[in-house]
Design a protein around this ligand. Structure first.
Ligand code: KIV
Length: 284
């Protein structure tokens, strides 16, 4: 989008004010960032889900700050106008407020991110407040928080029981009071998400599998295009079977090479006859 303006916090809050849903996707590399920029996506998250979608681990836990910085830099090069959020990886903020501020600062200084995201509720409010006090916009993440997968008992909906739902509502308030500009609700029942959205005063709410009533929506890019071979979460919508198209292309390539159908003259380079003759003489 050639005439696109840089997305800023006032622009995002204007959308919220006007009831225009915010678009958000994950992204981990330069070409995808380029396409997301062209499509005018508002917020782009370099998620630590890259540990699974890009690096092939079974969880997000092995992802390091250096992994995150490298991928965030690539995404920034592909999309200069999106609101770019760096996802704080496992143990980059849990140990202390100081570690949280230092690592959040790395996303801003080394990858030109606009904000960071971290997982957890009231127990992470001091990390959130420290980061915000350092002048870094911060997004919270509640519900299914993959870094706590072991404690949560797997990939499952969070907040189906009233007590657990109340805790998510309280956690959202704690993050809002700590200065979060936005909170992601992942796999939270739709009516709980609606309640939290209606109660949000100084932050906005993004839904991932949590219904229509949030201020915006997030999808994992690999789920949208059938690019993650291990599973497709129920909440994901597939907008194109890119994985199938790529696999077909790969099989076709292998077949054409084996059958000497590839390459064709337009796929190689030639030398002028006289130059070739001279080469042969030189070799003689
Ligand atoms: O890492 C990520 O992509 C995330 C999403 C699951 C929200 O945190």
């Amino acid at each position: 989008m050639a005439d696109r303006k840089k997305v800023t916090l006032p622009i995002l809050f204007n959308k919220v004010e006007e009831g225009v849903p915010i678009t958000m996707l994950t992204c981990y590399d330069y070409p995808t960032a380029f396409f997301q920029e062209e499509a005018g996506i508002d917020m782009v998250l370099v998620g630590d889900s890259l540990g699974m979608t890009m690096l092939g681990f079974d969880s997000t836990l092995p992802v390091t700050m250096d992994d995150m910085i490298r991928h965030s830099q690539a995404v920034r090069r592909g999309s200069s106008n999106c609101w770019l959020i760096g996802d704080m990886p496992y143990m980059s903020y849990q140990p202390s407020v100081e570690s949280a501020i230092r690592n959040a600062g790395r996303f801003m200084a080394e990858a030109q991110c606009d904000a960071i995201k971290l997982e957890g509720g009231a127990q992470m409010a001091d990390r959130m407040a420290g980061i915000v006090a350092a002048g870094i916009p911060a997004m919270g993440h509640l519900g299914l928080t993959p870094q706590s997968m072991s404690a949560l008992g797997g990939f499952r909906v969070q907040g189906r029981g009233a007590l657990q739902a109340k805790k998510i509502v309280d956690d959202a308030k704690a993050l809002e009071h700590a200065g979060a500009f936005a909170i992601l609700l992942e796999m939270v029942p739709d009516r709980v998400c609606k309640l939290i959205t209606e109660r949000a005063e100084t932050c906005f709410i993004i839904s991932l599998g949590s219904g229509l009533d949030a201020h915006g929506q997030l999808l994992i890019y690999h789920d949208m295009f059938g690019l993650y071979p291990k599973f497709k979460p129920r909440m994901a919508k597939v907008y194109g079977e890119a994985g199938k198209v790529i696999l077909e292309g790969l099989k076709q390539y292998a077949k054409e090479v084996q059958e000497r159908q590839f390459p064709q003259p337009e796929n190689w380079f030639s030398i002028q006859d006289e130059e070739y003759e001279e080469l042969l003489q030189l070799l003689d």
